[in-house]
Design a protein around this ligand. Structure first.
Ligand code: GTQ
Ligand code: FE2
Length: 350
C-alpha cells in the first residue's frame, strides 16, 4: 500500500473505533483494560485486633443514627479496594460483639460462616435455634436464614465472618431484609436441634428439602480428629493433615460457593509445593510457621497465631511449621467449590 492508502485506512479505522464506541460496541482487536492481578497479602493479628478494639470504643452497634448493623474490620485485597472485598468471590471480616450487645436480626441471599476466635458462651441464633460459640467452632448460616448475635457474657466476643457476599453482588443477586419484630428473633428450637437432625446419625427421611441448613461444627470434636490422624500418619504431602468441613446434607463442600478446611502441620513439617486455580485465605489457629509462595526464589510469608494470609489462585505454595515440638494448625477458606462447579479447577504438583 502506498503511504496515502495507509493513511486512508488509518483514518477509517479511527472513525470505525469512534462509531463502535458511540454504539456500545467494540472490535476484538481493540485492547481492553486488564484488571489488576491479585497479589498475596498478609494481615497480622496485632494490627487487625487493635483496629477492632478501637472500633469497639468509637463505633456503636445497632440501627439508630450513626450505628452500624455489624461491627467488623474487613480484610481488603489491595487490588479490590473499589469492591471492598478480600477476593473476587468471598469476604473475610472480623467481627466484635461486646458484653450486653446484640448484632440485630436480619437475613440475606449470601451465605455466611463464622469461625470463632474468642467467646465465652456468646451465641448466634439462626432460624430460631441458639448456637453457642466456643473458640474454634465453625457455624453456618446459609442464605436467607434469619440470624442475630447476642453477647450476654461479660467478655467481648470475636470471630471471623466468611461470606460469599462479593459473588452475590457481582451476580446482582444480593438482597436482604431486616427482621421487623425486634432486635433478636425468638428462640423456638431446643439446643442441638440441627446437629440431631443433620449430623451423621439422623432421622431417616426420604427428602431433605433444603440444600443448606444452619449448622455448627464443634472444635472439641474437630481437634481430636486432627490429632489422631496426625498420630496415625494419615497426611497429604501437599497439605499435611487436612480436614474438610463437609456439608451435613450433601457430604460435599461446606457451602456451594466456599469450602472451609482445617489442617495440621506436624512439628518441623514442610509441605510439598503445588498450585491450583482456586485461591484461599488462611487463618493460623495455633503455632508459628511460614508459607512460601512462588517456586525457586519463593517469597516467605511468616505467620503467627491468628494472622490471616491470602494466597491467590495459581501461586505455587508450601507451608512450613517453624516449631520442632508443637503442631501448627491452619484454618482456611477457599473458592474451590465455585471453581470446581464451573469446571475451571486445575492443579499442578511438584
Ligand atoms: O454477622 O450477619 O461481616 O450480615 C457482613 C454482613 C457479618 C452478619 C458481616 C453480615 C454479617
Ligand atoms: Fe448477616
Amino acid at each position: 500500500m502506498t503511504g496515502v492508502a495507509t493513511e486512508r485506512v488509518n483514518q477509517r479505522l479511527e472513525a470505525l473505533h469512534q462509531r463502535l464506541a458511540a454504539n456500545s460496541l467494540s472490535g476484538h482487536w481493540q485492547r481492553r483494560e486488564r484488571p489488576q492481578p491479585l497479589q498475596p497479602c498478609l494481615w497480622p493479628w496485632s494490627v487487625i485486633h487493635s483496629c477492632l478494639e478501637e472500633s469497639g470504643e468509637v463505633v456503636a452497634l445497632g440501627s439508630a443514627g450513626e450505628a452500624t448493623a455489624r461491627r467488623t474490620v474487613q480484610l481488603i485485597n489491595p487490588a479490590l479496594t473499589v469492591q471492598k472485598a478480600t477476593t473476587r468471590t468471598f469476604q473475610v471480616s472480623i467481627q466484635l460483639v461486646k458484653p450486653g450487645e446484640t448484632a440485630e436480626c436480619h437475613r440475606h441471599t449470601f451465605n455466611a460462616m463464622r469461625f470463632v476466635i474468642q467467646s465465652k458462651g456468646m451465641y448466634t441464633t439462626a432460624e430460631g435455634e441458639q448456637m453457642i460459640m466456643e473458640p474454634g467452632d465453625l457455624l453456618i448460616q446459609p442464605g436467607w436464614a434469619w440470624h442475630d448475635h447476642t453477647n450476654k457474657t461479660n467478655e467481648p466476643a470475636i470471630w471471623l465472618d466468611l461470606l460469599d457476599h462479593p459473588l452475590t453482588r457481582y451476580l446482582d443477586s444480593m438482597f436482604s431484609e431486616v427482621y421487623a419484630e425486634g432486635v433478636a428473633q425468638p428462640i423456638t428450637k431446643p439446643d442441638g436441634y440441627s446437629r440431631r437432625r443433620f449430623g451423621t446419625v439422623r432421622p431417616k427421611t426420604d427428602a431433605i428439602e433444603n440444600k443448606a441448613v444452619a449448622f455448627s461444627y464443634k472444635w472439641k470434636e474437630t481437634l481430636p480428629v486432627l490429632e489422631k490422624l496426625a498420630a496415625e500418619e494419615s497426611y497429604d504431602p501437599y497439605d499435611g493433615v487436612l480436614l474438610e468441613y463437609t456439608n451435613p446434607l450433601t457430604g460435599g463442600a461446606t457451602l456451594p460457593t466456599i469450602g472451609a478446611w482445617v489442617q495440621m502441620l506436624r512439628p518441623g513439617e514442610t509441605t510439598r509445593p503445588h498450585r491450583h486455580t482456586s485461591c484461599a485465605v488462611y487463618h493460623a489457629v495455633q503455632g508459628r510457621g511460614v508459607t512460601i509462595l512462588g517456586k525457586g526464589e519463593g517469597k516467605e510469608f511468616p505467620w503467627g497465631e491468628k494472622d490471616c494470609l491470602f494466597v491467590p489462585a495459581w501461586y505455587w505454595h508450601q507451608h512450613r511449621n517453624l516449631s520442632s515440638r508443637e503442631p501448627a494448625i491452619l484454618f482456611s477458606i477457599t473458592d474451590r467449590p465455585t471453581i470446581q462447579t464451573l469446571g475451571f479447577y486445575r492443579e499442578e504438583k511438584e
